[in-house]
Write a protein that binds this ligand. Structure first.
Ligand code: PGA
Length: 252
């Protein structure tokens, strides 16, 4: 089954508006003519509109870094799916490890956000991943299984097909320690098996699973050569056009 690769940049809470616009424009121009892979940028929400305008007429998609489950209401500090779409976003990152660990977002909250995104036609990228302690205690698969089961609670088959997964081992995020291609492949293969159990094999074969955690120009090709790795969610290396360009133009 061939799945279209996605290279996604998560800018987290970095860049000024000018830097964001400049980086987005440079990525948009290096993506012209690309037609065999998707590229996505997730800027801080306050720059979504400006970044969306900078990538207009290019294949680059724009995403939010989180989203509320309601279209509007008294939710100070939150941004609704409708607002993200108004600002040009087509996708949204959910359950990133920084949201889970720094802001204590639970699986239940992540699920609520996921259902909200789907209700308003935003494509979610659901992030899952184990901590170093959990890996050392051989809990990796149990953690992934629970994050998936709870993350997909009440999501129907038709909606589940729209979701992308990002496997991001917490110990590899921003640390320079990438999972080996074998560790990543094992986890991705496992995730596909869980999805097959939660839904059906046909869906599991279709869902795109990205790897995230210290993806760099010098490891992207070998990661992408693995059969169950369908793309990358890139943090640090997405903040410079040269390194992100190289990652976008990976070859297997
Ligand atoms: P990193 O971040 O590439 O800097 O490790 C990845 C992420 O947080 O999505």
């Amino acid at each position: 089954m061939s799945r279209r690769p996605l290279i996604a940049g998560n800018w987290k809470m970095y860049l000024t508006k000018d830097e964001a616009v400049q980086l987005a424009s440079s990525i948009a121009s290096s993506c012209r003519g690309i037609d065999d892979r998707d590229v996505m940028l997730a800027p801080p929400s306050i720059f979504l509109q400006a970044v969306s305008e900078s990538v207009r007429d290019s294949p680059v998609m724009v995403a939010g870094q989180n989203v509320c489950w309601e279209s509007e209401g008294a939710f100070t500090g939150e941004i609704s799916p409708v607002m993200l779409k108004n600002a040009g976003a087509a996708m949204v990152i959910l359950g990133h490890s920084e949201r889970r660990h720094i802001f204590h977002e639970s699986d239940e909250l992540v699920n609520k956000r996921l259902l909200g995104a789907l209700r308003f036609d935003l494509i979610p990228i659901l992030c899952i991943g184990e901590t170093l302690d959990q890996r050392e205690e051989e809990q990796t698969f149990a953690v992934l299984e629970q994050q998936l089961a709870k993350g997909f609670a009440d999501v129907c088959l038709e909606d589940a097909e729209k979701v992308l997964i990002a496997y991001e081992p917490v110990w590899a995020i921003g640390t320079g320690k990438t999972a080996t291609r074998e560790q990543a492949q094992d986890a991705h293969y496992f995730v596909r098996g869980v999805l097959s159990g939660l839904y059906e094999k046909k869906l599991a074969d279709k869902v795109r699973i990205l790897y995230g955690g210290s993806v760099k120009p010098d490891n992207i090709d070998s990661l992408m050569a693995e059969p169950d790795i369908d793309g990358a969610l890139v943090g640090g290396a997405a903040l410079q056009s040269e390194s992100f360009d190289r990652i976008i133009h990976f070859s297997k």
